[in-house]
Design a protein around this ligand. Structure first.
Ligand SMILES: Nc1ncnc2c1ncn2[C@@H]1O[C@H](COP(=O)(O)OP(=O)(O)OP(=O)(O)O)[C@@H](O)[C@H]1O
Ligand SMILES: [Mg+2]
Length: 459
């Protein structure tokens, strides 16, 4: 069904080949996991398969790709779109229309399928109908990813290429997607799944691992190797943090916070030097809650205090110097021309001196030294996350808020970052993490809060 012959590709202005001499046959009905560390070429390969490379991203492209015996060099992106459904790692770039309903209609009508029936079916679906008419920009990241998946699957393509399809999904949605994919595979669909989530990948029947743009393993059973960025199956991330909590001062106090129909009279006290995890289903209001703390959303009702002082008395700059925030989508926070400039910008904004030392430390810690002068846009997603983290933490903030920070990082980078969080905690920082993967933070967490039915409850 898919044949790749001696494929190599390098992005413009990059001497390094992102893919090197890839040759691969994938038969109809295979369920393939594509694994490998950050920057190994997984997404680049996916982009070649759906001809976004070389039609949209130009570069040095060598070799051939055949899909259903058709040479893709002769195909435009839309010609392949019917037989190949693609969910990009940067799913947001695939959403064009104001609402999900329009997006699904467009997908179907574009290929000559009637859309009314599908829309009527989704209107009856209690877990989806509320998303149909909402403006896309108002959806949570998980809702966007889930909704786009529904739009893609509605086309019934023979081949599915899914790049990190669970990165923003809660546990229930992940389980549901897995069941859907297993069923589609049983019906004969060919699926290529790119993921850092081994719990998900282990259900595939073939495991291809890339490293530095080359295929280094191609096997029928999943053998995980740390150095290849693949998490061991059922890896235990650490034992529960049983340290006795001292009575500490309140660092952040949230009183009766309400927002639209998302949060209702939320009360939450976060103590100094606490590590707090905020969990809750897709769309439950986790990001909305923390956006209030960093003054990205205006308080409609209720109060927030930091160190006993009302939030409104802090300037935006005060907040930026006290709180390091890493967005759920790194594209929302990296704008500069180079990675070095990205970090310099944070420090300059906060009027900090001695930039060189801090920047060097951060680049070396996040293994970004080699990309110092590169544009953050010319990086893999996992690498972009590392830039976002480095630029938020370089100013040594007192409070750290991370919104689903780890799902795009490979196993080694995840472990490395967890260790770093432990060091930050040791140094007395207050840390708030939003995540659908509480297991990663077992050894660090003091308290877990769950947002459910617009309220926050302690677990
Ligand atoms: N638009 C781009 N321009 C230039 N170089 C790029 C671009 N996108 C990715 N790269 C580089 O190509 C290489 C492969 O990146 P790719 O995105 O394919 O990695 P990946 O395996 O998908 O990583 P991740 O696990 O982080 O998603 C990396 O070295 C990356 O820095
Ligand atoms: Mg990728």
């Amino acid at each position: 069904m898919i044949r790749i012959e001696n494929l190599s590709f390098s992005f413009p202005e990059s001497e390094k080949f992102a893919l090197k001499n890839i040759s691969l046959d994938i038969a109809k009905g295979e369920f393939v996991a594509l694994l490998g560390p950050n920057g190994s070429g997984k997404t680049t390969l996916a982009l070649c398969l759906c001809v976004i490379i070389p039609h949209f991203f130009h570069g040095n492209f060598q070799g051939k790709i055949f899909i259903n015996n058709k040479d893709t060099a002769d195909c435009q992106i839309h010609e392949l779109a019917k037989e190949t459904g693609v969910l990009l790692q940067d799913y947001e770039s695939q959403l064009f229309l104001p609402t999900i309903e329009e997006e699904i209609r467009f997908q179907l009508e574009n290929f000559g399928f009637p859309a009314d029936e599908k829309i009527a079916e989704l209107e009856q679906d209690a877990h989806f109908s509320h998303l149909l008419k909402k403006k896309v920009f108002s959806l949570s990241e998980g809702e966007k990813q889930k909704a786009l998946m529904v739009a893609i699957l509605s086309v019934d393509s023979d081949i599915l290429i899914l790049d990190e399809p669970t990165s923003q999904l809660d546990k229930k949605e992940r389980e549901q997607l897995l069941e859907t994919l297993k069923e589609l595979n049983k019906q004969g669909k060919t699926i290529i799944l790119i993921t850092h989530d081994t719990c998900f990948a282990k259900h595939c029947s073939r495991f291809i691992t890339l490293n530095s743009g080359k295929i280094v393993r191609d096997e029928e059973s999943l053998e995980t190797i740390d150095s290849l960025g693949v998490e061991p199956i059922d890896y235990k991330w650490g034992t529960k943090n049983n340290r006795e909590r001292r009575i500490q001062n309140t660092k952040i106090s949230i009183k009766d916070l309400s927002y639209e129909d998302v949060l209702n009279k939320v009360n939450l006290d976060i103590k100094n030097n606490e590590f707090v995890l905020i969990c809750g289903a897709n769309g439950s209001g986790k990001t909305t809650l923390v956006k209030h703390i960093i003054k990205l959303l205006k308080i409609q009702k209720g109060e927030i205090e930091i160190d006993g002082k009302a939030l409104k008395k802090y300037s935006q700059r005060d907040i930026a110097s006290r709180i390091g925030f890493v967005f759920q989508n790194p594209n929302h926070q990296i704008f500069r021309n180079s990675i070095e400039e990205e970090l310099e910008f944070t420090l300059k904004l906060l009027g900090k001196e001695n930039k060189e030392k801090e920047i060097n430390e951060m680049l070396s810690f996040f293994d970004l030294e080699k990309y110092r002068n590169k544009s953050p846009q010319a990086l893999s997603t996992g690498e972009k996350y590392r830039v976002a983290m480095a630029s938020s933490l370089v100013s040594n903030p007192d409070i750290i808020i991370l919104d689903e920070p780890l799902t795009h990082l490979d196993f080694k980078a995840k472990q490395h970052f967890i260790k770093y969080l432990a060091e930050l905690k040791e140094k007395g920082k207050t840390i708030i993490v939003i995540s659908h993967h509480p297991d990663y933070y077992q050894s660090l967490v003091d308290r877990i809060f769950i947002i459910k039915n617009k309220e926050v409850i302690e677990q």
